[in-house]
Design a binder for this molecule. Structure first.
Ligand SMILES: Nc1ncnc2c1ncn2[C@@H]1O[C@H](COP(=O)(O)OP(=O)(O)OP(=O)(O)O)[C@@H](O)[C@H]1O
Ligand SMILES: [Mg+2]
Length: 257
C-alpha cells in the first residue's frame, strides 16, 4: 500500500488552477522528487498535503487514512512533517531549544507552553531531551546544541530545520527546496543527511528541488508538474529524456540535461 496517495488534488486561486487534478502514489521507503518550472504548483501541492491550504477538490490519503483538509498540527501529529523555512526558526534560541519548540509548536501543546516551558512533567521533559539529542547526533550537529541559531552558518541552520522536522518522528518527510542557496559542500552534506534519513530512519521522502543534479542523484522516482498538471513520472533516467519534460523546461532545459 502506498504511504501517500493524492487523488485529483486541486487548488484554485481565483481564476488560476495552481494544482489541477494531481494523482500520485508514493510507496513507503521511496525518495520521490516533485519538479517543474517556477509557478508549476509544487509548493501549493505541498501546502495542501501538509494542511496549510485546504484543497478545492480531491483527496489526500496518508498511511491509509483520509487526511484531506486537516489543519497542519493534526497532519504533523499523524507523522507527516515538512521542513520549516528559515523564517520559522527561533533565531534567538539555541539549537536544542529550537527542536523542543518545534515539537510543541507543531505537534503538541500551544505556542506559549513551548516557549515558556510550562506544563511539562519531568518525565516528558527527559524524553524530549533524549529525542532531541539523538536527532542532533544523527544529523552530526550535537556539538552545536547550545549555539544560538542565528549565529550558525547557513548550511547548519538548514540542517537544524531538518532536525525540527525529524523530531516529530515522521513517516513521511516533505522538503521544499532543501538545498536552495547552498554551496556545493553544503548541498552534498544536506543530500547525504536526506539519504541517511531514508536509509537509517526508514523515513519516506518527498522533495521539491530546482537543483537537478541533486534531484537526479537522490530520487528513486520523479513526478513532473507543469501549469498545475502532472506531465510525466518515472525514474531520473526516464525523466531526463522525456520530450514533454524537456519542452516544459524550454528555455531552461539545461537544468534538466
Ligand atoms: N496564496 C496564493 N494566492 C494566489 N496565487 C497563488 C498563491 N500561492 C501560489 N499562487 C500561484 O499559484 C501558482 C503555483 O505557485 P507555487 O508556489 O505552488 O509554484 P511552485 O511550483 O512552488 O514554484 P517555485 O518553483 O517558483 O517555488 C503560481 O502561479 C502562484 O503565483
Ligand atoms: Mg515553490
Amino acid at each position: 500500500m502506498a504511504l501517500l496517495e493524492l487523488h485529483g488534488l486541486s487548488k484554485q486561486f481565483g481564476g488560476l488552477a495552481a494544482v489541477d487534478g494531481l494523482d500520485l502514489a508514493i510507496p513507503p521507503g521511496e525518495v520521490r522528487g516533485l519538479i517543474g518550472p517556477n509557478g508549476a504548483g509544487k509548493t501549493t501541492a505541498f501546502n495542501m498535503i501538509s494542511g496549510v491550504y485546504k484543497p478545492t477538490k480531491g483527496r489526500v490519503i496518508f498511511d491509509g487514512k483520509d487526511i484531506t483538509g486537516l489543519p497542519a498540527h493534526e497532519v504533523a501529529r499523524r507523522q507527516l512533517s515538512r521542513t520549516f523555512q528559515l523564517t520559522t526558526l527561533f533565531r534567538e534560541f539555541t539549537v536544542l531549544r529550537n527542536l523542543l519548540a518545534a515539537y510543541h509548536l507543531f505537534c503538541k501543546a500551544g505556542f506559549w507552553n513551548s516557549v515558556l516551558n510550562t506544563s511539562r512533567s519531568k518525565k516528558e521533559e527527559d524524553q524530549f531531551m533524549e529525542n532531541a539529542l539523538e536527532t542532533l547526533r544523527f544529523l552530526g550537529i550535537e556539538d552545536l546544541k547550545n549555539e544560538i541559531a542565528k549565529n550558525l552558518p547557513y548550511g547548519h541552520q538548514r540542517v537544524m530545520t531538518l532536525g525540527m522536522a525529524l523530531i516529530l518522528r515522521p513517516k513521511l518527510l516533505m522538503l521544499d527546496e532543501p538545498v536552495s542557496g547552498m554551496n556545493l559542500q553544503e548541498t552534498k552534506n544536506m543530500m547525504d543527511k536526506i539519504k541517511e534519513t531514508r536509509d537509517k530512519k526508514n523515513v519516506t521522502i518527498f522533495l521539491v528541488e530546482h537543483n537537478m543534479k541533486a534531484v537526479m542523484d537522490i530520487c528513486d522516482c520523479i513526478t513532473v508538474l507543469s501549469f498545475g498538471k502532472k506531465i510525466a513520472e518515472g525514474t531520473p533516467q526516464e525523466i531526463k529524456t522525456n520530450p514533454a519534460v524537456i519542452e516544459a523546461y524550454l528555455g531552461v532545459e539545461d537544468h534538466v540535461a
